[in-house]
Every structure is written in structure tokens, then in C-alpha cells.
Design a protein around this ligand. Structure first.
Ligand SMILES: C[S@@+](CC[C@H](N)C(=O)[O-])C[C@H]1O[C@@H](n2cnc3c(N)ncnc32)[C@H](O)[C@@H]1O
Length: 362
């Protein structure tokens, strides 16, 4: 992938990008409206017996909003930055859309606003604190690993940032239920982030906590039975479930306002807040239960997160991590998959490349 050019004027300018502005941390005070399970000062869902590694509390909902915004910024040159599956051109068609693990429901709400003829369902283990919803958006509290009871067949099923939610057997079950409950010709679309932080110009020291973060999450996630490599495996798993016409696009998500290009600069500004508010929730459960080389204390996690935040604010580190978007179609009855009759093309109609899921770490 092409390197993102660094802004040479970043530190010279007295601008909105001054460290005083973008380095401030996001803090939130949790509300006790929803009960859930409190552990190490964070609130976790309690609907399913299986523990979900990331909290469902105000701080994490703030994190989801920021992540959603980065996604929108990086696709802001598209008419529809919310998904790439080629549905919705016919605005008269009534669409059935499902967002699995909807979090705060922001994606589902935005899609419902953009497609008033669609019914958009967002499902999650925890009820999101939303006060207003478009009439064509429904948020449901349920465990997606249970048998699905929706009667409608979906035209689009979306998932984002579900990393660490399931083991491979559970993932296969989720994709199979997606396939079975999809209308013929319907699309599945998934966006996942890789945990590895890097820099193209060697500005991130190999012994930094940021460089250590990806390998740590990988080891502890595997130990917990929640592999953090879904970004690498989802393309193949989606194909295995029977989907065809598989496309993918890889994005670089900058950390900080260091890029020269305005779109990447804005994405980097928001992404740094995304990480500032997110890291503690991303790692507290994993490290206190399955930490390397042994479970960490809550205080050790706090110290580690504080060091990570300090490094995130270092304007000399030109860091980023990658995300991958995969979208694929359920074949029509009797359809012979294109892949079976002609060599795989590297071009795609949807603006991404056909998924070959290159085996590079990210
Ligand atoms: C990291 S969040 C991502 C939220 C949202 N998709 C976004 O991109 O902002 C993952 C969500 O998946 C939900 N989740 C995890 N396991 C689930 C399950 N078995 N059924 C339903 N939701 C689940 C979690 O509660 C959490 O809200």
C-alpha cells in the first residue's frame, strides 16, 4: 500500500492541530441507567452467559461514535460512505437491513436516515443509550449466537468491529446464519480493524508500547479463545459460508494529525480520540483475565494505558493501523459462481479488489 505523506508544517503552525487541542483526552462519567455487570470499574453486558471482552458503557459508546466517524471521513468522497455493497440504487425498493453488534446503533441510524424505504435492524447484547431513532430503525437486544427468529430475508447484513467477539466455530455459525437468512442476491459486508500499529518511515520505535500492542492483543486474544485476527480470516470464512463475488478494500487509519492530506489528517485527529477513549476498554478484560505472561492487575492495565496515551500523543510518531472491508453476495438460485468459470479478476465493480485476503499481518 502507498505510504501516507507526512505534513511537514504540522509543528510550525499555530492551528487547530496544535497538540493542546488534539492531545486532550476524552473522559466520560458512566450512568447507571442500565445495570449490566461491573468489573474493574467498567460495565459489561449481562444478557449472555458468555463474557464479551469489551465494556458496554458510556466511554465505550463514545469510542464507537469516534470509530464510525473515522470510517465516514475515509470514505467521504463517496456518495454513500456507509457501505459498498451495491444495493439501494433503486430508492423505491423496500430493503431489509441488519446490523449485527450494532453498539451505539450509529451506523444503523445513519443507514435508516439515508434509505427511508429500508427497515434497518440493529442487534446487540446491550441496549444502546439512544433517545431518538428514525421510524424505520429498530434496535433489538439479543444474542446473535442464538437461533435467529427474524422472519424477513435480509438484503444487507452488516458487521463492524466485532474483533474478539467469537471463536472460529462461532464465527462460522454467524456467517452461516447470515447466509441462510439472506435474500438471494443479498449482500454481507464486514469492516474490521487490525490491532498492529506501524509507521512507514520508521518513526515508531520497535520497543514502544504502541508497537507492542498488536502482538500483545494477538497472544492474549488467542489465549482467551477470542482470536483478534478476524481481519485476516473473514474473507475466507465468508466464502466458506457460500457467498460469492467477494470484494475487499484495505484502509490505513492514521493516528494523529501528521498526514499532509486533509482527509487523512482529519481521520487521524478523530482516530486518536477513538484510541484515547477506547484502549482501556479494549484491553482491561483481556489483560486482567488472560494477560501475558500472567493476568495483570487493574493498576498495571491503567499504567500501560497511560503510557499508550502518552505515545499516541507523540507528534513525531507517524503511526497508523489498518482496517479491511469485505463485501460479498449470496448467489441467486442455480447461479454458477463466476470464480468457477473464469480466472479471478483483480478489478471489481464495487471499487475494491476481489478478495484474495493477502496474508500480511495487520
Ligand atoms: C466493538 S463493538 C462495535 C459496535 C459497532 N458495530 C460499531 O462499529 O460501532 C462490538 C459489539 O458487538 C456486540 N456483540 C458481541 N457479541 C455479541 C453477540 N453474541 N450478539 C450480539 N451482539 C454482540 C457487543 O455488545 C458490542 O456492542
Amino acid at each position: 500500500m502507498e505510504a501516507i505523506a507526512v505534513d511537514p508544517d504540522l509543528y510550525a503552525r499555530d492551528s487547530a492541530y496544535s497538540p493542546d487541542d488534539w492531545q486532550s483526552e476524552t473522559t466520560s462519567i458512566g450512568s447507571s441507567i442500565y445495570r449490566g455487570l461491573i468489573d474493574n470499574g467498567r460495565r459489561y453486558q449481562s444478557l449472555s452467559d458468555k463474557e464479551y471482552l469489551i465494556p458496554s458503557d458510556e466511554q465505550q459508546f463514545e469510542t464507537y461514535e469516534a470509530g464510525h466517524l473515522v470510517d465516514l471521513i475515509l470514505d467521504s468522497d463517496r456518495e454513500n460512505p456507509l457501505f459498498r455493497s451495491p444495493i439501494g440504487a433503486d430508492r423505491e425498493k423496500v430493503l431489509q437491513i441488519l446490523d449485527i453488534g450494532t453498539g451505539k446503533g450509529t451506523w444503523a441510524i445513519d443507514v435508516a436516515d439515508m434509505f427511508p424505504n429500508a427497515t434497518v435492524r440493529g442487534v446487540d447484547l446491550f441496549p444502546p443509550p439512544v433517545t431518538w431513532m428514525p421510524p424505520n430503525c429498530v434496535i433489538e437486544v439479543d444474542d446473535i449466537l442464538e437461533e435467529w427468529t427474524w422472519r424477513e430475508k435480509f438484503d444487507l447484513i452488516h458487521m463492524r468491529n466485532m474483533l474478539g467477539s467469537f471463536d472460529q466455530r462461532e464465527w462460522d455459525r454467524v456467517y452461516q446464519q447470515c447466509f441462510d437468512k439472506m435474500a438471494p442476491g443479498g449482500w454481507i459486508e464486514q469492516v474490521e480493524a487490525g490491532p498492529f500499529v506501524s509507521s512507514d518511515d520508521g518513526s515508531l520505535p520497535a520497543d514502544s508500547n504502541l508497537a507492542h500492542w498488536g502482538p500483545l492483543m494477538e497472544v492474549c486474544g488467542a489465549r482467551a479463545g477470542r482470536p483478534c485476527d478476524i481481519v485476516m480470516t473473514m474473507g475466507d470464512s465468508i466464502k466458506k459460508a457460500g457467498f460469492v463475488d467477494v470484494h475487499e478494500k484495505v484502509y490505513k487509519w492514521p493516528l494523529g494529525p501528521w498526514p499532509r492530506d486533509q482527509k487523512f489528517k482529519e481521520a487521524g485527529m478523530v482516530n486518536i480520540q477513538h484510541w484515547m477513549s477506547g484502549i482501556e476498554g479494549w484491553c482491561m478484560w483481556l489483560l486482567t483475565k488472560y494477560g501475558e505472561p500472567e493476568p495483570w492487575t487493574k493498576d498495571q492495565v491503567h499504567v500501560f494505558c497511560a503510557k499508550m496515551r502518552t505515545e499516541l500523543k507523540n507528534p513525531h510518531y507517524h503511526t497508523y493501523h489498518k482496517t479491511r472491508r469485505v463485501w460479498a453476495r449470496k448467489p441467486f438460485p442455480g447461479e454458477v459462481p463466476l470464480e468457477a468459470i473464469k480466472p479471478r479478476s483483480t478489478k471489481s465493480a464495487g471499487g475494491g479488489s476481489s478478495s484474495g485476503s493477502a496474508k500480511v499481518k495487520f
